[in-house]
Design a protein around this ligand. Structure first.
Ligand code: HEC
Ligand code: HEC
Length: 339
């Protein structure tokens, strides 16, 4: 009976028939996604899981607690992430979009496949503090998921592979490609004179690392920030132990900066002008990767122009896309049923 009920709710998923592909000025992604009904359902399953606090030890924290849709899936109320029992993490939660173009994840590139990434927050004691076995058990005994999995995969088996692939599928659908910059590239808009000046400065000083159109090479680099005195996070070095990796962090995309503050791996800057002042004030002896060799020669006017250009990378179509938000329809029907 429950199964029948669930099936009648399926139209509520509003299966997404619109193309979710990327525009012609984007390169080929590294990940391929399927298409059709099963693929859309798998995405909806991943979306439900992403917003479900059942994934944490005390059912209090979901992925979206730290990766909010209104912040381009970053979070803005803290510099460092907050997990179960208000435990404080060591890094700023990055924004999640255009993940299918990235060869590795995390600020130090520690995870090299998106399917595996979710295991890190689920098991991290300061994040969700749970375990994959524990989560799968909870999913199996819920009223919702056995039927949901059956709808997607043809039977009620809830395995870690299916679970992880669904989460990854949802996240791969988070594509930000409709900022003003993209419209200019598609010939649907033109830059103002100031934006154009900012774009020229950007290409000169920033593009080697924050490469258009994704606004990152998604490689690792040191941008001259001194290590902070409390966390002493040396980025990739902490993982590899290689001196040349000292202070190398994954280059973040510059899309959606209006929504993703605070900035940098430790959230040390809350304003973009602080970031620009960092680049124009890099101290002698700072650790720098190719693309930077010292303070950038940016005057106040140049910074204003650069900011005007950076604003063209904010993609409100993406940030307010209801298809990516909390799946009310799925959870509303399920409330009070001891999910
Ligand atoms: C307590 C806050 C918190 C929760 C909950 C959380 N994350 Fe994160 N997430 C972070 C932080 C912090 C990082 C950066 C970690 C690092 O660099 O070491 C991160 C990194 C990521 C990345 C890598 C992004 C990139 O650009 O490299 C992905 C993908 C991600 N999280 C997805 C998820 C998913 C899926 C869940 C739920 C299963 C989740 N997160 C739950 C805080 C959180
Ligand atoms: C040598 C490569 C390199 C160059 C050149 C470079 N950056 Fe960065 N940028 C980085 C890295 C690496 C980070 C992350 C550092 C960290 O978190 O510690 C970063 C972080 C940022 C951030 C924070 C984004 C976020 O989401 O936290 C902004 C904004 C930024 N850069 C803007 C610029 C601008 C504007 C320019 C040109 C004036 C520029 N960058 C030039 C490598 C570079």
């Amino acid at each position: 009976m429950l199964s029948g009920l669930f099936l009648t709710l399926l139209p509520l998923f509003r299966l997404d028939k619109r193309p979710r592909s990327y525009p012609a000025h984007f390169p080929e992604p590294l990940y391929r996604t399927g298409s059709g009904r099963q693929d859309s359902l798998q995405r909806e399953l991943g979306r439900a899981l992403f917003y479900d606090p059942l994934l944490s030890a005390d059912n209090s924290i979901s992925c979206a607690s730290c990766h909010s849709p209104y912040n381009a899936f970053a979070h803005t109320d803290h510099d460092l992430s907050h997990g179960i029992a208000d435990r404080i993490g060591k890094r700023n939660a990055p924004a999640l979009f255009n993940l299918g173009w990235q060869p590795f994840y995390m600020w130090d590139g520690a995870v090299d496949h998106l399917d595996m990434q979710a295991l890190a927050p689920i098991t991290h004691p300061d994040e969700m503090g749970s375990g994959i076995g524990e989560v799968l058990e909870k999913l199996r005994s819920s009223d919702l998921y056995p039927f949901f999995f059956k709808e997607v995969y043809g039977d009620t088996l809830i395995s870690s592979e299916r679970f992880l692939k669904a989460l990854a599928r949802f996240q791969l659908s988070l594509i930000s490609a409709d900022a003003r910059y993209d419209r200019v590239k598609q010939g649907k808009a033109v830059f103002s004179e100031q934006e154009q000046r900012g774009y020229t400065l950007f290409l000169q000083h920033c593009n080697s690392c924050h490469r258009e159109p994704l606004f990152s090479t998604y490689g690792l680099a040191a941008n001259g920030l001194p290590p902070d005195s409390t966390l002493r996070d040396y980025g990739r070095y902490t993982l590899s132990g290689l001196p040349q990796d000292s202070l190398r962090f994954k280059i973040p995309s510059l899309r959606n900066l209006a929504y993703t503050y605070p900035y940098m791996h430790d959230g040390r800057f809350t304003k973009l002008w602080q970031v620009l002042n960092h680049y124009s004030g890099i101290k002698a002896g700072s650790v720098l990767s190719a693309g930077l060799s010292g303070p950038l020669p940016l005057q106040a006017d140049d910074k204003a122009d650069l900011l005007a250009f950076l604003f063209t990378l904010n993609d409100s179509t993406f940030v307010f896309d209801i298809r990516n938000q909390y799946p009310k329809n799925i959870f509303a029907r399920d409330e009070g049923k001891g999910r």
